[in-house]
Design a binder for this molecule. Structure first.
Ligand code: AMO
Length: 466
C-alpha cells in the first residue's frame, strides 16, 4: 500500500523511516554517480538523493524542473560536511526508493528561484509561477497570518464580521466609480464600492455597534506603487465612541499584531506620536512623514497619527470640497460653525490618519450621525437640497431613526503588509494584482465583449478611441 503523504516540514520527525513526499522539482544536479533533486512543497525544501539504482537514477535524470512528482524513500541524517544550515531541513535528506511523475512541467518562462524578474507583464501573465517563488509564497502566508491575527483580536473585542454588497450604487466618495451595467434596468448601473463606508454606517443604525470586514474596494484611479484599482481594507466601525476610543483600539491592535506576527520588528515610539496636520505640513512638508530614526533598518516601524485635518479644502473650481469624506463630523467645538456654515476654512474634522514609515496605512473619522450636520456639509460643498436628497436621501432617512453616534477607520491592508514584508510595492503582496496600467495579462482583462452581450445590456460602444 502507498504511504500517506508526509509534508516536507515534518520530515525531521521521520529520520530512519520511509515516507512519501509530494511536491515540485525545485532543482536538479547530476553528479554522474548520483542525481540530486531539491524537492519543494508548500511547506519546505528537501534534498532527495538518487544513487545506487541505475534505473531510478536515469528516471530522476529525466525530470524537468517544476514538474509535480511523488517520491518515496528513507529520511536519513546527512554527513557532517554535507549539512546545509541555510534551510530548515538541511541536516537531513531522503534516499529515494521510487519516483512517480504526477505532472510534467514545460520549461517555465522565467526561473522560479530567481532574485528578480524585471518584466512585470511576464510575471503577471504567469502569476501562478511567479507565486511559486519563496519570497512571494512567504508574502501570501504572512498576509494570511496578519489577517488571521486581526480577525481573532476583533472577535475577542466583540466585533462582528459582516460582508456588504459589491453591487452597490454610484457615490461621490472621492474617486471615480467602476460601473456595472444592469441588464434588467437597461439605462441603469450598479457601482462597485470604493469602500463599504455607507453600509458600515447603516450597520450602526441597525444596532450592530461593532462591525468589521476585510473588504474589497474598487476605485477607478491610476495605479502607483502603493495604489491598485482593486485593493483590500480592514474596515471597521463602532457606535457610541469618541475619537480617542477608536484610535486607542487601533493602536493596540497594531502593536499586538507586530509583537505577535512580526516579533523581530521594533516599534520606534509607543504610544504612537500624534501630529496635527498643520504641524506635519510645516515641519515635514507632507501629511505622511517618515519618522524613522534609521531608514536603513528593515525592522524599524515608525507609526504616527495625523490629526486635526481641515474639514474642507478649495477645489479647482474655487468651491469647497471635503478632505476625507462627506460623512465626517467636525471636532465637537466646531459643530456650531459647521451647522451655521461659517468659518469654513477653520473647521477641523474629527479625522485621524495612521501613518507608517512614510505611508498612509489608514484613515477614519467620527461621523455626522445627525442629518442636519450632514446636510450642512453638503450645502457647504454647493449641493442643492435636491441633489443632496438624490445622492444621500437614504442616509438622511436612516439617520432619522435614532442613529447612534459612531465612528471608525479603514486600513489599507496591502500597504501595511507591503511595509511589514519590506516590499517596494503592493503588487508583491497581492495574489493577483493588476499592472500599473490597470490590466491583468493572465486573464486578459479588461476585454471587449460581443455584440449580443452589449445588446442585452442596452449598450453601444461609440468609439474605441477616446
Ligand atoms: P480612505 O479612502 O482613506 O478611507 O482609505 C483607507 C485606506 O485605504 C488605503 N487605500 C488604498 N490602498 C491601495 N490602493 C488604493 N487605491 C487605495 N486607496 C486607499 C490607504 C487608506 O489610508 N471609508 C474610508 C475609511 C473611514 O473613514 O472609515 C476610506 O475608505 O491606506
Amino acid at each position: 500500500m502507498k504511504n500517506l503523504r508526509t509534508l516536507i516540514s515534518e520530515t525531521p520527525n521521520h529520520i530512519g523511516s520511509s515516507v512519501t513526499l509530494n511536491g515540485w522539482v525545485h532543482s536538479k544536479r547530476n553528479m554522474g554517480q548520483i542525481v540530486f533533486i531539491d524537492l519543494r512543497d508548500g511547506f519546505g525544501l528537501l534534498q532527495v538523493v538518487f544513487g545506487g539504482n541505475p534505473e531510478l537514477q536515469a528516471q530522476a535524470d529525466q525530470l524537468k524542473t517544476e514538474s509535480a512528482i511523488s517520491v518515496t524513500g528513507k529520511i536519513v541524517e546527512r554527513g557532517g560536511k554535507n549539512v546545509n544550515d541555510k534551510i530548515a531541513t538541511g541536516k537531513i535528506e531522503m534516499q529515494a526508493e521510487s519516483l512517480e511523475v504526477l505532472n510534467e512541467s514545460l520549461t517555465p518562462p522565467f526561473e522560479i528561484d530567481r532574485d528578480n524578474v524585471e518584466d512585470e507583464e511576464l510575471r503577471l501573465k504567469y502569476r501562478y509561477l511567479d507565486l511559486r517563488h519563496d519570497r512571494m509564497h512567504k508574502n501570501l502566508v504572512m498576509r494570511h497570518k496578519t489577517i488571521s491575527f486581526i480577525r481573532n483580536f476583533l472577535d475577542s473585542n466583540n466585533f462582528v464580521d459582516v460582508d456588504t454588497p459589491l453591487l452597490s450604487a454610484p457615490t461621490p466618495e472621492g474617486a471615480r466609480d467602476f460601473l456595472v451595467p444592469s441588464r434588467k434596468y437597461a439605462d441603469s448601473f450598479y457601482a462597485l464600492p470604493q469602500s463599504p463606508q455607507q453600509y458600515k454606517q447603516l450597520l450602526m443604525v441597525a444596532g450592530l455597534e461593532r462591525y468589521y470586514q476585510i473588504a474589497k474596494c474598487m476605485r477607478d484611479e491610476d495605479s502607483r506603487g502603493d495604489r491598485q484599482p482593486e485593493f483590500t481594507q480592514l474596515d471597521l466601525e463602532m457606535s457610541f465612541v469618541e475619537q480617542e476610543e477608536v484610535m486607542a483600539l487601533n493602536e493596540k491592535l497594531l502593536i499586538e499584531l507586530v509583537q505577535t506576527v512580526y516579533p523581530e520588528k521594533k516599534i520606534q515610539t509607543v504610544p504612537f506620536p500624534r501630529i496635527s496636520y498643520k504641524d506635519a505640513i510645516e515641519k515635514y512638508g507632507t501629511d505622511r512623514p517618515d519618522l524613522r530614526e534609521d531608514k536603513t533598518d528593515d525592522n524599524l516601524l515608525a507609526f504616527c497619527w495625523i490629526v486635526d485635518f481641515p474639514f474642507f479644502e478649495k477645489n479647482d473650481a474655487g468651491g469647497w470640497t471635503f478632505t476625507h469624506n462627506p460623512f465626517s463630523a467636525p471636532i465637537p467645538q466646531h459643530m456650531d460653525d459647521l451647522l451655521g456654515q461659517k468659518n469654513i476654512e477653520n473647521i477641523i474634522a474629527a479625522q485621524y490618519d495612521v501613518v507608517l514609515n512614510g505611508s498612509e496605512i489608514g484613515g477614519g473619522s467620527i461621523r455626522n450621525h445627525n442629518t442636519d450636520a450632514l446636510k450642512a456639509t453638503l450645502a457647504i460643498m454647493g449641493y442643492s437640497p435636491e441633489k443632496s436628497a438624490a445622492d444621500f436621501g437614504h442616509m438622511f432617512e436612516a439617520f432619522s431613526y435614532g442613529a447612534p453616534p459612531h465612528g471608525g477607520i479603514a486600513w489599507g491592508l496591502d500597504r501595511l503588509v507591503m511595509i511589514l514584508q519590506n516590499e517596494p510595492n503592493i503588487r508583491e503582496v497581492i495574489a493577483f494584482p493588476k499592472t500599473d496600467k490597470g490590466r491583468d495579462p493572465m486573464m486578459e482583462s479588461p476585454r471587449t465583449v460581443d455584440e449580443k452581450t452589449l445588446k442585452e445590456l442596452g449598450l453601444q460602444i461609440r468609439s474605441t478611441k477616446s
